[in-house]
Design a protein around this ligand. Structure first.
Ligand code: 4NP
Length: 155
């Protein structure tokens, strides 16, 4: 069983998209039982009084366009205790890597990585919060998830 935590700044756009896309991909490949999949934020901006924000509507819309529903996903913040609960912390950009490492108290087991490292064009996932381009973000995330799922097969 591989426990995967997808991470972005707010947990309302990129990392929920990755969580939902990867879960669907694993299901379609008949491999759901191999994974525990979650997502979280490095910031506390979208988590008030323990009740997280819903997935940002344009992110819901692009997922729906691809036949995916967000269900009852709400934003949560990454915590230090998550380090022992997950095997892989898959970040959407370099800032997430730095902030996740700070929250998790370092990365002694080398669990933190970036989603686009699983593609042939490493770097940041296009950030739709700033670009407004959810299609490009979806395509980046889809490609990263595909690479991640394939790599997990080889382990
Ligand atoms: P996410 O998008 O990190 O992909 O969920 C963002 C959400 C909120 C903000 C930035 C990015 N913000 O600045 O509030």
């Amino acid at each position: 069983m591989k426990r995967i935590m997808f991470i972005c700044l707010g947990n309302i756009c990129r990392s929920p998209m990755a969580e939902i896309i990867f879960r669907d991909m694993a299901e379609k490949a008949g491999r759901s039982d191999e994974f525990v999949i979650a997502s979280s934020a490095t910031s506390n901006e979208n988590v008030w009084n323990g009740i997280g924000a819903e997935v940002y509507p344009p992110a819901k819309k692009i997922l729906a366009k691809h036949g995916l529903s967000v269900g009852n996903k709400r934003a949560v913040q990454l915590t230090a205790a998550d380090y022992g609960k997950y095997d892989l912390f898959v970040c959407m950009d370099k800032n997430n890597v730095r902030n996740a490492s700070r929250i998790l108290g370092g990365d002694k087991d080398g669990k933190i990585c970036m989603l686009m490292d699983f593609t042939n064009r490493p770097g940041d996932v296009s950030d739709p919060w700033y670009t407004g381009d959810f299609e490009t973000a979806y395509n980046d995330i889809y490609e990263g998830c595909k690479g991640l799922l394939e790599q997990e097969t080889r382990l």
